[in-house]
Design a protein around this ligand. Sequence first.
Ligand SMILES: *[C@@H]1O[C@H](CO)[C@@H](O)[C@H](O)[C@H]1NC(C)=O
Ligand SMILES: *[C@@H]1O[C@H](CO)[C@@H](O)[C@H](O)[C@H]1NC(C)=O
Ligand SMILES: *[C@@H]1O[C@H](CO)[C@@H](O)[C@H](O)[C@H]1NC(C)=O
Ligand SMILES: *[C@@H]1O[C@H](CO)[C@@H](O)[C@H](O)[C@H]1NC(C)=O
Ligand SMILES: *[C@@H]1O[C@H](CO)[C@@H](O)[C@H](O)[C@H]1NC(C)=O
Ligand SMILES: *[C@@H]1O[C@H](CO)[C@@H](O)[C@H](O)[C@H]1NC(C)=O
Ligand SMILES: *[C@@H]1O[C@H](CO)[C@@H](O)[C@H](O)[C@H]1NC(C)=O
Length: 524
Amino acid sequence: MFVHSTFPVLALMIPACALASSGSSSPVPDCSSFRPVNSISDYHATILNTTYYDIGELDVQGTLNEVSICEIFVSVPYGSNDTLHFALWLPDTQYSSRFMAIGNGGFGAALSDTEMMEELNNGLGFAVAGSDAGHVGNGSGTPGVYEPFLHDEDQTKAWLHNSISLFTPVAKALINNFYGYEADYSYYRGCSTGGAQGFSLAEFHPDLFDGIIAGCAANYYTHLMLSFLWNSQQTDTNETYLSEPLLEYIQARVIEECDTIDGIQDKLVENPLECTFNISTLACSAGAPAANVTCLTPSQLSAAQAIYQGPVRADSSRTSIFPGLTLASEGGWWFPQVEAGLSTAITTPILQNLVYNDLSYDPKTFNWASDIDVLDERAGPLIDSISTDLSSFRDGGGKMIAYAGWADPSIAPMWTLQHVEAITKRTLGDGVTIADNDFLKLVMVPGGGHCGANIAKYPSVPAHYSISSVLVEWVEKGEDDVEGIRSWGPTNGDNRTRKLCTWPKVAKLKEGGDVDDWESYLCA
Ligand SMILES: *[C@@H]1O[C@H](CO)[C@@H](O)[C@H](O)[C@H]1NC(C)=O
Ligand SMILES: *[C@@H]1O[C@H](CO)[C@@H](O)[C@H](O)[C@H]1NC(C)=O
Ligand SMILES: *[C@@H]1O[C@H](CO)[C@@H](O)[C@H](O)[C@H]1NC(C)=O
Ligand SMILES: *[C@@H]1O[C@H](CO)[C@@H](O)[C@H](O)[C@H]1NC(C)=O
Ligand SMILES: *[C@@H]1O[C@H](CO)[C@@H](O)[C@H](O)[C@H]1NC(C)=O
Ligand SMILES: *[C@@H]1O[C@H](CO)[C@@H](O)[C@H](O)[C@H]1NC(C)=O
Ligand SMILES: *[C@@H]1O[C@H](CO)[C@@H](O)[C@H](O)[C@H]1NC(C)=O
């Protein structure tokens, strides 16, 4: 799993004798011979290997390191008989006394080295670490296949609750040993599974980080995975199936109706909450041929409406189990690969392995009333991190930025919005709104997909953004001004940039401003 793509590893072992940038004048040690002087044996951790990479020698999916580093692989035992592996990248000359831990995707089991490389190369001087989340495996599941980590309670809890806290103290101790002083600031960044790990840090390990970035968070994992099952069940017959061309058609009609609510015609719905598109207006007229991709049959309409609504309990309460997907996200639903795929790769394996311990369990038999309590009871304590009381984190001075993509076809963005609202209310009091939250900010990304671009349908929306630099400003300079984050790099290759704002503010174009230049926008 710790494979660095295909670039030949040139372990040059160059002696690193440059001076550390702050805090101490002692030279950083030679990478190959580095051994911690202050032992990391408190954690029973073992250094597996160390490798020096000069600039451009480490290739992660085609991106090279722009900073020379000493890479240290470490194993950390935990639980009854479990082992976590992590990699720590220590810049030798461009270190700013900042540590950045990176979370996982999916079922974990692999280092998120792409995100690690982004944080290494972004000029903020981070020492960067990432882990396998405490188990080996495939990164997602297969129906009917035994998934070992879901049968080991310590490993299950490590996955979403504890893995970052298992390696962070060891990484901090190694940093102290390597540079001769402690890191001044510690940060965490993760999206999806990593977003859930971020909320877990604030809830269960509130003292480890000064700043946390939690994107498209899967922190209500039990109910999120029911939304995958729900969406796939709404559309699993020929009558209810929503084909990709039909979904694209729906999204195009929604955009047509709601694009200019913000005053800008840019094929983007800036704030879907202001869009009141009525899908019933796309109903087929009587006698329309089957498989018409410009109208919906009554069965298809019901399916789409159920997906916008999200799963509800099948009892008289009709209580919402998880929010539904958003208007103008339809083109990304793409059933076989996205919605049904998530149910197959995530929901079924978790129900079979963790909840029912029966590899032949058929998710079609899931009872949408009584089985929800079974799921909550058996899996909730192991994989959810949904406390709305984050006062320990706040009282310790922690700052957090949560974000969600308005067009995320995997995790309904309304979950993050509602959850941040609930945290604000519970932690800061009834009268406080998100706008006045002094420790937790929310960024809703217009047209944003799951942890980046909307998979296919918003090719002209700038999909890249770096939240780390604004978090660093906020944490280190106390500048409560996490406003106006630059986004860039649409997948169609344009050079357009846009401004992301902290909710409930949205970007407004200044009079006469260039639509494609982020500096033309105000957050209002
Ligand atoms: C270091 O150890 C890790 C984890 O066992 C392994 O994946 C990696 O290939 C090793 N690197 C080197 C350079 O031996
Ligand atoms: C501990 O785990 C290893 C590797 O998974 C296994 O080979 C060994 O039998 C386990 N030991 C005990 C005592 O469970
Ligand atoms: C990975 O997936 C393959 C194919 O489904 C399966 O046979 C194997 O057991 C899985 N391995 C782990 C460790 O889950
Ligand atoms: C859907 O239609 C196809 C082709 O007409 C057919 O083979 C299949 O059995 C149908 N599936 C269902 C669930 O009705
Ligand atoms: C939605 O559109 C349908 C069909 O045109 C119409 O009958 C219905 O009243 C509309 N609903 C709302 C809330 O406007
Ligand atoms: C599809 O349905 C729409 C609306 O009912 C209708 O206007 C259109 O002609 C139909 N398309 C085809 C190819 O039949
Ligand atoms: C995009 O590139 C064009 C041509 O290089 C340039 O004129 C324009 O100012 C750029 N726009 C932005 C927003 O950077």
